[in-house]
Design a protein around this ligand. Structure first.
Ligand SMILES: Nc1ncnc2c1ncn2[C@@H]1O[C@H](COP(=O)(O)OP(=O)(O)OP(=O)(O)O)[C@@H](O)[C@H]1O
Ligand code: SF4
Ligand SMILES: [Mg+2]
Length: 355
């Protein structure tokens, strides 16, 4: 099936999926599996000072229930804007076009009251900085019970019991004591667990974690990712994780999208992507050794050259000014297409294995 027919990469084929690290390999849920989230040709443009910022430029992907998809890419590539667009969390200066279907119903253009009903209940989001998301003047217990009662008709005692359950679910020790504490009394890792508990309050089917572990030390980061993985498997949730951390994406996600200048430039099951990188941009992100034997949780290396100006994107491949393989053919935009089973990229001169 070609990109022209569908506009998005299909669910990766079973064989390439099994190339995933053995502990995360699981049977193919089938190309025919209905996606929980289906994003097609998503575009977001901001009006800023008389200019237009093209933040997301035709992003398409599918996320079936119960899977973890990582979106990676350097700062400004449109990762956060693309997920905020799904949640109706962009300012009025944003124009969103394209489609994002959640369980068959359209999110783009959904009026705010309906969107509010879906936020939390169907799709919940955890951000990088829990200190900004939690209310510093409110006890943890009240913040969780408010989230619980916003989605379920429960009295105070039942909501408190549910809050304790949620804190147990996110493995916060002595949950009863935490309920009467304020955010500043908790460590960064504990606060992030509280945020996840709040996000889980309405049992969402999709959890979006936008750099949710970036502010944490490496050990706590791994613990939170393990927790997300366990919750994903136990609750059958889909997880969309956004990260700068390639090691984290390789370790935990089943599928990875690499974004550049607001579009997907490479997409594959994680094992395939890291073992057989094809985009020069992804290779640059991975540094000299595009393999899984990179140091775990190594931060995203900076790539030489400037990220493109989103108010004046060049014609052709947007990576050309920074690409050592660029030639005259790159003045034409390379199509984003499935060149190998389950492996999509947009490049005229893909990297060869071992190069
Ligand atoms: N409200 C806004 N108005 C104008 N431009 C915006 C707005 N919000 C984001 N942008 C621009 O959209 C582009 C994509 O931003 P986005 O936050 O999605 O990047 P990102 O990939 O999440 O980066 P990071 O890794 O730094 O979080 C950036 O150039 C950013 O400046
Ligand atoms: S299309 Fe050309 S410029 Fe773009 S990444 Fe490939 S080789 Fe580089
Ligand atoms: Mg971001």
């Amino acid at each position: 099936m070609s990109v022209e027919e569908t506009g998005y990469p299909p669910f990766p084929a079973g064989e390439t999926l099994l190339a995933r690290t053995p502990d995360r390999a699981r049977p193919d849920q089938g190309g025919a599996a209905e996606p929980l989230l289906e994003v097609t040709d998503l575009r977001v443009q901001f009006r800023r000072g008389g200019r237009r910022v093209n933040a997301v430029n035709g992003l398409s992907y599918r996320l079936p229930a119960g899977r973890m998809l990582a979106i990676i890419g350097e700062s400004g590539s449109g990762k956060s804007v693309s997920v905020r667009a799904l949640m109706g969390l962009l300012p009025e200066t944003a124009t969103i076009t394209g489609s994002a279907r959640f369980d068959g119903s359209e999110l783009v253009g959904l009026p705010e009251p309906e969107m509010r009903g879906r936020r939390g209940a169907d799709i919940a989001m955890v951000f990088q900085d829990p200190t900004r998301s939690l209310n510093p003047t409110m006890k943890i217990g009240l913040q969780i019970t408010e989230a619980v009662r916003a989605h379920a008709d429960m009295d105070r005692n039942a909501a408190r019991d549910r809050a304790i359950e949620l804190l147990q679910l996110v493995k916060l020790p002595v949950p009863e004591r935490r309920l009467v504490e304020y955010p500043h009394q908790l460590s960064g890792g504990m606060r992030q667990r509280v945020m996840i508990a709040i996000a889980l309050a309405a049992e969402p089917r999709l959890l979006i974690a936008d750099e949710a572990t970036t502010a944490l030390d490496v050990t706590t980061q791994a613990q939170i990712m393990e927790l997300l993985l366990e919750l994903q498997e136990r609750l059958g949730m889909a997880v969309l994780m956004i990260s700068h951390d390639l090691g984290l994406a390789a370790t935990y996600a089943e599928d990875v999208i690499v974004m550049y200048a607001g579009r997907a430039v490479e997409y594959a099951p994680a094992g395939t992507l890291f073992e057989h990188v094809r985009m020069p941009y992804t290779q640059a992100l991975l540094g000299a050794i595009p393999r899984l034997d990179r140091e775990p949780h190594a931060p995203m290396p900076s790539t030489p050259g400037q990220a493109p100006d989103l108010t004046a994107l060049p014609a052709g491949c947007p990576f050309a000014p920074r690409c050592t393989s660029a030639d005259e053919q790159c003045a034409d935009e390379p199509p984003f297409a499935e060149h190998e089973p389950g492996h999509w990229w947009a490049c005229w001169h893909p990297v060869r294995d071992g190069a």
